[in-house]
Design a protein around this ligand. Structure first.
Ligand code: MTE
Length: 318
């Protein structure tokens, strides 16, 4: 990310769009699935439904699903290397069973939990989100996940918890990028959110994409997914959740504070020091057809989230 701008995907790597279900079909399935869950009496709260409605409302004309093969082979997961192709090639070395999560800080229930116990009984939803990387490419991805609020609430964060920090697995024996002398990153990868951001109905703990379990290269077994923020906020393969009164350090901000802030909200009006953020390459794109589209404030989710930042100077808090 810091090192260079991404290469274009070769057109030969692009699987025909017809292979994938259209957005329309997928949305229809969501509606039917949601209805069935509700009538079957599952714990599909009013909040969860409204999160799904928010997700659908933000989709723009032309937001067709990105071919699955691209979403799972063009990745940023520096723990496995800096090339876009490295995670798909090398992330299989990470073992995700069992998966323990350490919960600490300003909460009543802290300690080590097995992921399966954390998510037991919580409703998994499918949501199509626009996904915008700070490197100025974007995708449209059908995620499965659990609203972050219902994940976090069970630990009973107290009144001092203003922020929540998430940490990725650090296991150099299985993560070749963590063994590399060239990554420049002080492992483990860390990200954070304000509690009100974490509790927003659009914030997901993603456990899958395209109706399947999350592949390792996309952050198995669970990762953050915050659609109105640049992709670097959506930390992968989370093993620690820490509730804190202080704003957490986040990996890219520590590495290059002038280039990446804590908030990471998608903002076409604030350029990265080395490139404009006014537009993005919607993948698949190629050298001949860049497929450039305008970037939207908060990545198209302004109606749903802009109020979280009322009164804040978004140029300073980038
Ligand atoms: N999480 C960890 N642990 N390591 C990373 O290198 N890269 C981030 C984010 N989460 C990253 C990470 C960046 S820059 C982006 S754009 C997204 O993951 C990419 O997610 P994807 O590979 O599923 O598209």
């Amino acid at each position: 990310m810091l090192i260079r701008k991404p290469d274009d995907i070769r057109s030969s790597e692009i699987t025909p769009e017809s292979v994938y279900r259209s957005r329309r079909e997928f949305v229809k399935d969501l509606a039917i699935g949601g209805g069935l869950l509700a009538t079957a009496g599952f714990s599909h709260s009013a909040l969860a439904v409204s999160g799904q409605q928010m997700a659908q409302a933000a989709l723009q004309p032309g937001d067709d699903l990105t071919p699955e093969r691209i979403a799972t082979s063009y990745n940023n997961f520096y723990e496995f290397g800096m090339d876009k192709a490295d995670p798909a090639q090398h992330a299989h070395t990470m073992s995700t069973q069992p998966w323990e999560v350490m919960v600490s800080g300003e909460a009543a229930k802290t300690g080590k939990f097995d992921l399966s116990d954390i998510i037991k009984g919580l409703s998994v939803e499918e949501r199509i989100y626009r996904f915008r990387c700070v490197e100025a490419w974007s995708m449209v991805i059908p995620w499965s996940g659990i609203e972050m609020k219902s994940v976090l609430e069970q630990f009973e964060p107290n009144g001092n918890a203003q922020y929540v920090e998430f940490t990725t697995l650090e296991r150099p024996s299985e993560m070749r990028g963590q063994r590399s002398l060239f990554s420049g990153i002080d492992w483990p990868y860390i990200e954070g959110l304000r509690m009100d951001e974490a509790y927003h109905p659009l914030t997901l703990m993603a456990t899958g994409l395209y109706g399947k379990d999350l592949p390792n290269q996309n952050g198995a077994p669970w990762r953050l997914m915050v659609p109105w923020k640049y992709g670097f906020k959506s930390v992968k393969s989370i093993v620690k959740i820490h509730f804190t009164a202080r704003q957490p350090k986040n990996t890219w901000n520590v590495l290059a504070p002038n280039e990446y802030g804590f908030y990471g909200n998608v903002n076409p009006a604030v350029a990265h020091p080395r490139w404009s953020q006014a537009s993005e390459r919607r993948l698949p794109s190629s050298l001949l057809n860049q497929n450039r589209i305008p970037t939207l404030p908060f990545n198209g989710y302004a109606d749903q989230v802009a109020s979280l930042y009322a009164g804040m100077d978004l140029r300073r808090n980038f």
